[in-house]
Design a binder for this molecule. Structure first.
Ligand code: ADP
Length: 166
């Protein structure tokens, strides 16, 4: 039987409990989820793509159902290369809709056989995004409710390092 594989792409700068919730739920539908960290992001990252991958691997642990990787270039090409035909994305409050809608339509125009599947955010994570977590951490606030402990620690370390350099 062919495996049902989904690619879950994003910046993951850093991974949050909201992302982890989508991954966990995705695994109840798919045999395998490829977490794909975008190397080229318009958002400009705090962590390097390799640091993000290492963090995600630490958080999700060893599992035959999960691959963590980076990708560059056209997402559709990467999805095909991975033998997947589904792009998994999460949807938060209304603000995500317009962007995700455009992205999904664009990808579907490029490759009709690849579908984007959206999962509604869970109630607890509706307003959780990496950028807010970074802002709170930069201001010295607690982020333990939003990210796993090792990510909270990595944030503190990274922000201290960045501060020293500036
Ligand atoms: P991108 O830069 O591609 O938006 P993100 O790392 O911000 O990447 O998010 C990756 C995916 O995870 C997106 O589909 C985003 O909507 C989804 N996502 C992020 N945070 C949450 C959350 N709290 N609940 C549900 N989905 C989320």
């Amino acid at each position: 039987m062919t495996q049902k594989i989904a690619v879950y792409p994003g910046s993951f700068d850093p991974i949050t409990n909201g992302h982890l919730d989508i991954i966990r739920r995705g695994l109840s539908i798919f045999d395998h989820v490829v977490i794909a960290v975008a190397k080229a992001s318009t958002k400009g990252g705090l962590f390097t793509p390799d640091e993000r991958v290492a963090m995600i691997k630490d958080v999700v642990g060893e599992s035959s159902q999960i691959t963590v990787d980076t990708f560059d270039g056209l997402l559709i090409n990467y999805v095909k290369k991975k033998g997947a035909n589904v792009i998994l994305r999460g949807l938060r409050a209304v603000s995500d809709f317009e962007y995700e809608f455009q992205l999904a339509q664009m990808n579907h125009t490029i490759e009709e056989s690849i579908e984007t599947l959206f999962m509604m955010t869970s109630v607890d994570y509706g307003y959780l995004r990496s950028s807010i977590v970074k802002e709170v951490a930069a201001l010295g606030g607690p982020v333990d409710a939003y990210v796993p402990p090792l990510v909270a620690k990595a944030l503190v370390d990274k922000l201290q390092h960045v501060k020293k350099q500036s």
